[in-house]
Write a protein that binds this ligand. Sequence first.
Ligand SMILES: C[S@@+](CC[C@H](N)C(=O)[O-])C[C@H]1O[C@@H](n2cnc3c(N)ncnc32)[C@H](O)[C@@H]1O
Length: 513
Amino acid sequence: MTLLTWPRFDLFEYEYELARREVRVLVDGAAEETREGFVVPAPLSTKALQSFTYFSEVVDQDRREVTPQRRIELVHRQVTGRTGSGQSTRYLVHDLHEYKGKFNPQMARALINVFGSRADEVIDPFCGSGTTVIEAVRLGKRGLGLDINPLAAWMSQIKVDVTVSRDPVRLLGEFRALGQSALRRAGSAKKPPRTTFSKLWDEDTQMYLESWFPPETFWPLARVLGGISESDGLAGELIRLAVSNITRQVSWQLPEDLRIRRRPKGWQPPDTVPLLARALKRVEFALVEQLDAPAPDSVAVGRIAQVDARAVESAAPPRKRVSRVIVTSPPYATALPYVDTDRLSIVLLGLSPSSNLKALDGKLTGSREWTRSESKEWDARMRSNADELPTSVLDLVTEISARNERDNAGFRRLAVPGLLYRYFADMGDAISSWSRVLSKDEYAVLVVGTNKTAGTNDPIVIDTPSLIADLAPSRGFVVSEVCPLQAWPRYGMHARNGVAGESAVVLRRVLDS
Ligand SMILES: C[S@@+](CC[C@H](N)C(=O)[O-])C[C@H]1O[C@@H](n2cnc3c(N)ncnc32)[C@H](O)[C@@H]1O
């Protein structure tokens, strides 16, 4: 008999529910729930023990042991010196870089366990900072993440590479040595030679960057970046990642604004050295924690591609005998401007030419960017329902249009019905693409929330989970369930976007009749 104990802190109701479902999927035989946790009749398999997300300890005749996941969370607190005893969400590589709308990693892990326990490969077509892919790899599975934001694709690949690194001790040593020399370079007040700039950027890009960074911070950053060479490998990429993390603080970009806007005049640039030192420390913490993490199974590899979620098959060709699951959180309707927000990091690190970025922003699902001719085209498509969207979506856009007319709305509000129609058409295309890489009875799990129309006293609720569920039947799926997740208030996320509650929309692939 084995006892699996609940943690001492409270979980959310949805977390208890996911934990129960993990037991059902991962434990052979009937397990009995008690106040303390679960009593399991047979010994636990190593796989189950390694996989559980929420349990704290495993107790049997011979041992009382902290579960591997809980141990990683506790190590995180020890290494970073963070106090508190609740759930930590920034363990291992999850804290390496900021990203808007990050997943709760435990939730991604539990969803993989529950809906993809037998899957060999986990795909996240809107991978953002790579949370799902990292948890997939930690669970011994292959992970594939797609994102059209070059910064997201880049940081996710680095996080994966750290996670699967075969020699974390050496990586830490190399990183520390490079970090020391980066700090020395940052400390020099002299203007770097012209060759440093020309090695990093062409003239136009340099001029663009000079308009966004004062010399007091631009020169140290150029020195640090110029000091990294390709032969520095992953350790060099981690230094660049630390630089990217302080980009907003040392530039003219208003930190709190999602769009790239300038700070008011009179701003005094901070000293780059202590900021960089702190950013390097944060990376070092993750590498130290990694020393304690069990090495993922040798089959577990993670791959990230800068590919559109509507073209998954180009990165994941259909394969026989590979079972898959999709776990993802798509952007919201009228989403965050992911590319614009990260523009300075992208250009500074040479991840994409600045001339490409507007087009990339326009390609984001849920983008608010469109040209006049695109707007006309989508209006026409909406009027004829060229994309065969379900009645519920059409009713919503009709209701918003009627309200716009009643209120004599301005141009921003007038654009909303067409933008929403385009969002759901794009999501429909994405789901169709996923149907081409999943086999019968495999799952696609989408974590999405409701939001509201802005700019009016009587906003209309956009129930994205149920509208996405309505898209599924004509795109190769049935709706298996919609589970409410009350996760976000704990982290205060999305508060400003008015996202009330999130749900996991679980779609099951059915064969086309
Ligand atoms: C809500 S975020 C995902 C966050 C992620 N779960 C995490 O933990 O970091 C949505 C992501 O979708 C990406 N995205 C938007 N439209 C896309 C598209 N058409 N194809 C691929 N990625 C897209 C955005 O760049 C953003 O990174």
